[in-house]
Write a protein of this length. Structure first.
Length: 346
């Protein structure tokens, strides 16, 4: 099988026969990352012999789009097939000011088993290689280039698609390093969000590498017993440990942390739940309320009036709170809805 050329950095590109000068390596990088050309034959500023050599020996993107769903709100979800026949989904999000965010998967499936998330039902199929992560970003960047409504092409990336990013630490951090490089994507760390279920052992290392990155931790409840019921990871890392590690990171990097709080009817929205949350009522944290997207017979989304009342009570207590509004709900592109079984009706 041909290797993806995305796995080669500038130095390694120079080892390719016919890439005889540094400017040739730069030309390849520019064609792929800046001009979003994904077939070597179209890189007409390079000699034909080199284009032919690259076509024979390398691929560029190593994911294949097989399904595209467009929401009435402008969100687009893509299902990609990987070379090993696994699947991932990625989402192209546009806000009301036409600013673009890519929601990227880091694993096919996930082994964390959070009960409010469809991806968790899949179990882990595989960790994505960093080239498969970059391929999703490049593909969505090309969609953005073709989108006439986009005025600002500086996009944001949220690693909130399928998978627990910190469970695939090496590939995720490798892809972030490439995102940062000037000749590649040139994306600032502060435009990248890592969303984790709380793999605390990896968080200090993440900040050491990327001190300005945005971190979002799925807290869901600040009650230890309840968290254990709904998130298996809670048995490994307690609420107190989450607080201790996050507050230390905040003190060191002064980078505010988002706590994701999925609102589940009758589970985490009482006055006692607000009392449990008090430990996080601190300028280090920002609470993001996410009304449950994935209803089933066990857990339900709360009514609108319950959501508003809960938010109001938190604000009255002095919490910094925002609410995440639904995006792409009609195409199951919202948080916690990505699921390989979407291939069923292909
Ligand atoms: S919420 Fe995230 S970590 Fe939990 S099962 Fe879903 S994808 Fe995995």
């Amino acid at each position: 099988m041909r290797e993806s050329i995305l796995s080669l950095d500038e130095k390694k590109l120079l080892n390719i026969p016919l890439v005889d000068k540094p400017f040739r390596a730069k030309q390849i990088i520019k064609s792929i990352y800046k001009n979003r050309i994904f077939d070597f034959a179209s890189m007409t500023d390079m000699p034909k012999s080199l284009r032919e050599y690259l076509t024979t020996n390398f691929t560029i993107l190593n994911i294949k789009p097989i399904k595209k769903l467009e929401s009435t709100d402008g969100t687009i979800k893509f299902l990609f097939k990987l070379t090993d026949d696994n699947y991932v989904e990625s989402v192209y999000l546009k806000d009301k000011n036409n600013r673009i965010t890519f929601c990227i998967s880091t694993q096919s499936g996930c082994r964390m088993g959070c009960k409010f998330c469809k991806t968790g039902e899949m179990g882990l199929k595989k960790n994505l290689d960093f080239t498969e992560i970059l391929s999703q970003i490049l593909y969505l960047a090309q969609i953005m280039d073709e989108d006439q409504t986009v005025v600002d092409t500086a996009f944001n990336i949220v690693f909130m698609g399928m998978g627990e990013p910190l469970d695939n630490f090496e590939n995720v951090t490798k892809s972030i390093k490439i995102l940062n490089l000037k000749d590649f994507f040139d994306i600032k760390e502060s435009r990248i969000t890592i969303s984790t279920s709380g793999l605390l052992d990896k968080i200090p290392l993440l900040y050491e590498n990327f001190p300005s990155i945005k971190l979002a931790v799925s807290l869901i409840t600040a009650n230890q017993k309840k968290r254990e019921e709904i998130m298996p990871i809670a048995k490994k890392f307690t609420i107190q440990q989450i607080f201790d590690i996050l507050i230390k990171c905040y003190q060191k990097y002064q980078n505010r942390i988002t706590l994701e709080y999925v609102l589940i009817k009758g589970f985490n929205m009482s006055d006692d739940d607000i009392k449990d949350l008090e430990i996080f009522n601190n300028k280090a944290f920002h609470l993001n309320l996410i009304p449950l997207n994935h209803n089933d017979n066990k857990i339900q989304r709360p009514e609108e009036k319950e959501i508003k009342l809960f938010q109001q009570k938190l604000e009255n207590k002095g919490f910094t709170v925002t609410r995440r509004y639904r995006r792409g709900d009609d195409i199951k592109a919202d948080c916690g809805q990505l699921y390989w079984d979407n291939t069923k009706d292909l």
